[in-house]
Design a protein around this ligand. Structure first.
Ligand code: MTE
Ligand code: MO
Length: 346
């Protein structure tokens, strides 16, 4: 039943409403269904079904169940969302647990151990927060967090995340397409690339005092990659606002690229005519490229990329999963790279 839920407001991404708004043209029956589903989601969400019931629920229904229904009970502010209708946005893989997603992190601004962000990121102040959209835009913007939260209809997206280090997770994000945000700033015809710059404040981020990377953390996409509907501006996960260790209050998620492309705690988005090298390219150009599309046939200089370890599924000796080209999103994104040698343009 709920599959039709988001198609309508996907057509109105700038409705300015966090909650979906019924359009006048929605047939009454569909609208009723939509409202009922939202009520169910809210009820189940506050009831706090355990994440482990996810696979069971999947087995019983033909359509994937909203992760809003597996929201953790009130640990952080709820961020209501409807399931995305963007093709490929709802992976049916078993969800990684909230515990794993929020305790096994890469966020070097808080240290380089996987457990450092969960331990230290509580010092991140996420309010007030201002995002600046600048560069090759007709309308430069400075947006506060409350404006950002209202700017697009919140969708749930279930994405695989593949880290270049060879592990992966399945994360139910909440957010809206980055294109919704970029369109607001009216990119000029010279806007060919988009740069994402994370906060770098040594007062709040102890890792910024180390020279492991050149701060601030900078990542980039080609404009067509940035405008692709799968490219997500995420504000939450598991139906709640992002915890700091996952990049609160807003972070990028580009599911077909290695995880490091998905910059956390973003303060500036700059549209440019020329690409700027990312922090990882500057740190080690031999190991990290600009595109960094997930590609099982192109090995990292120090390890194979053919397989991955799904965090939380079995111990160290559990069989590794084969890594999929474009992390399994090829049907949606392969055409962005038509004619390019993906071994060369890593
Ligand atoms: N600012 C910033 N963004 C970052 C990182 C980082 O160290 N700093 N690490 C990246 C890497 S390597 C990965 S795999 C993902 C991890 O996201 P997660 O901790 O939410 O799973 O964030 C990416 N974004
Ligand atoms: Mo990563």
């Amino acid at each position: 039943m709920p599959l039709i839920l988001t198609s309508q407001h996907a057509a109105h991404p700038d409705s300015g409403q966090v909650h979906p708004v019924p359009s006048e043209i929605t047939p009454r029956a569909l609208y009723a269904t939509r409202r009922q589903w939202l009520r169910d989601a809210v009820l189940l969400g506050s009831g706090g079904l355990a994440a482990s019931s996810w696979s069971g629920a999947l087995a019983q229904t033909s359509a994937p169940v909203s992760a809003a229904t597996v929201t953790r009970p009130g640990k952080r502010a709820a961020l209501p969302a409807v399931r995305s209708s963007v093709p490929g946005a709802l992976a049916v893989d078993k969800l990684t647990s909230y515990e794993h997603i929020t305790t096994y992190n890469n966020f070097y601004e808080f240290g380089t151990d996987k457990s450092d962000p969960a331990e230290y990121a509580h010092t991140l102040r996420t309010r007030p927060w201002t995002l600046s959209i600048e560069g090759e835009v007709g309308r430069p913007l400075k947006l506060g967090l409350d404006d950002l939260l209202k700017l697009g209809a919140m969708e749930e997206r279930i994405y695989r995340l593949r880290c270049v280090e060879g592990w992966s997770m399945v994360i139910p994000w909440v957010g809206y397409s980055l294109s919704t945000l970029l369109q607001r700033a009216q990119p000029t015809s010279r806007a060919k690339f988009v740069e994402f710059i994370s906060l770098a404040d040594a007062q709040q981020m102890p890792g910024v005092r180390s020279s492991v990377l050149d701060w601030p953390y900078v990542e980039g996409l080609r404009i067509d990659e940035a405008m692709h509907p799968l490219t997500l501006m995420a504000f939450g996960l598991y139906g709640e606002v992002l915890p700091p260790q996952n990049g609160a209050p807003l972070r990028l998620v580009v599911p077909w690229k290695y995880g490091f492309k998905s910059a956390k705690s973003i303060v500036t988005i700059r549209l440019t005519e020329k690409p700027r090298p990312s922090s990882w390219m500057l740190a080690n150009p031999r190991e990290y490229g600009y595109y960094s599309n997930v590609n099982p046939t192109v090995d990292h200089p120090r390890w194979s990329q053919a397989t991955e370890r799904r965090i939380g599924e079995g111990g160290l000796f559990a069989p590794r999963k084969p890594t999929l080209m474009f992390n399994g999103y090829g049907a949606q994104v392969a055409q962005l790279y038509a004619g390019m040698d993906l071994r060369k343009f890593y």
